[in-house]
Structure formats: structure tokens, C-alpha cells
Design a protein around this ligand. Structure first.
Ligand code: SF4
Length: 190
């Protein structure tokens, strides 16, 4: 949100926000390597959204990815991460990757880049730990295992709170939804 020309971040506790740094260099040296061999988990409602709108994405896919998506679907059949189905990889890249994320591109053309994207991709590099606390993925923090240059805070001077306002706003939206759901369950159980 912009107030008086300044970006105001939503109130969301992020444990390492004060010191985290992040800069996405997609199209400026990075070719989108977070989508290479990524296989993000996809929640059932996200699967349904992508499936329902598949015809909008197919024309933009790489030829080989389009053939696989039509023949075998966009999910790996027997593999799960955090209990969820995962995206297929075709020739080393996410099935929906074609010079950027096709799900992102179609959503952006319609006014909301996150409309079709799996939440884990949309939030990257923000995620929750096992106690549901939000944090920014950074090399050297919480045993980060992914060796991506953009997760190395020594590679940029840009604070994450400046480079990730949209992702922080999205995390806040998810956080509000989680809390509302927990409250509803609590009420249903009383
Ligand atoms: S769904 Fe999009 S952002 Fe996520 S890994 Fe695939 S191409 Fe990348």
C-alpha cells in the first residue's frame, strides 16, 4: 500500500525482516532458476483452479511441456511434498515455466499475478516455519538448504522489506485467512 508516496507494509510479524535482504534479478542475469527442478507442492484448491483454466495456459507453454500437460497432466502422479501433490518438471524446468511463469503471466494480464500461481511460488522467498512463524528464506538462516544466489544476503544491499511488499501483503492475506479459519474451527468445536 502507498501512503504519501511511501510503501507501508501490512502488520505481519516476520522474524528476520529487519536484517533480511533480497533482490530478484530475473531478466537481469537470472533466467528464473527458482523454477528449475522446483516441483512446488500444489494444494487441492490450487489444482482445481489450474485445471479449470488449463486451456488459457496451454498455448503459452513450451511445446514439449504442452504435449506432456495434455497427455499426462501437470502433476507428478505418485510424489508428495508436505502432503501435497507436486508440479511436473519437463526437461529440467517446471511444466509451467516458459521464459517466466506462465501462470504468473496469464494472471498478470488479467490484473492479478497471483490468481493462478501455487501459494508457495507466489510467496517465495517468504514462508512459515514449523510453528507457523513467517520468515524470509536466507542463506545461513534456519538451515536454508537451497543454494540460490538470490537467497544469499551478501549478494545485494536491498532490504527485503523494500523488495517484497507484494509478497508480504500476500503473506498477510494468507495469515488472516489462517487465523479466521482457526477461529471458525474453535467456534465450531465449542
Ligand atoms: S508454477 Fe510458476 S512459479 Fe511455480 S515453479 Fe512453476 S513456473 Fe515457477
Amino acid at each position: 500500500m502507498q501512503v504519501g508516496g511511501q510503501t507501508v507494509l501490512p502488520e505481519l510479524p516476520i522474524v528476520n525482516l529487519a536484517e533480511a535482504r533480497f533482490e530478484c534479478t530475473f531478466g537481469r542475469g537470472c533466467e528464473g532458476i527458482c523454477c528449475r527442478e522446483g516441483r512446488p507442492p500444489v494444494y487441492p484448491e490450487e489444482v482445481e483452479t489450474i485445471d479449470t483454466n488449463l486451456d488459457r495456459f496451454l498455448p503459452r507453454l513450451r511445446a514439449e511441456a504442452k504435449a506432456v500437460a495434455k497427455r499426462d497432466g501437470f502433476l507428478v502422479p505418485h510424489r508428495r511434498r508436505i502432503g501435497q501433490r507436486v508440479m511436473r518438471v519437463v526437461r529440467g524446468w517446471c511444466i509451467f515455466f516458459n521464459q517466466g511463469c506462465v501462470l504468473h503471466q496469464v494472471g498478470a494480464d488479467e490484473g492479478d499475478p497471483y490468481r493462478y500461481k501455487p501459494s508457495l511460488c507466489a510467496l517465495f522467498p517468504i514462508q512459515q516455519d514449523h510453528e507457523d512463524r513467517w520468515y524470509i528464506r536466507q542463506k545461513g538462516f534456519k538451515g536454508e538448504a537451497w543454494d540460490l544466489p538470490c537467497l544469499d544476503p551478501s549478494q545485494t544491499k536491498i532490504p527485503a522489506h523494500e523488495s517484497l511488499p507484494a509478497e508480504i501483503a500476500l503473506a498477510k492475506r494468507f495469515d488472516d485467512e489462517q487465523k479466521a479459519e482457526a477461529t471458525a474451527h474453535g467456534k465450531a468445536g465449542t
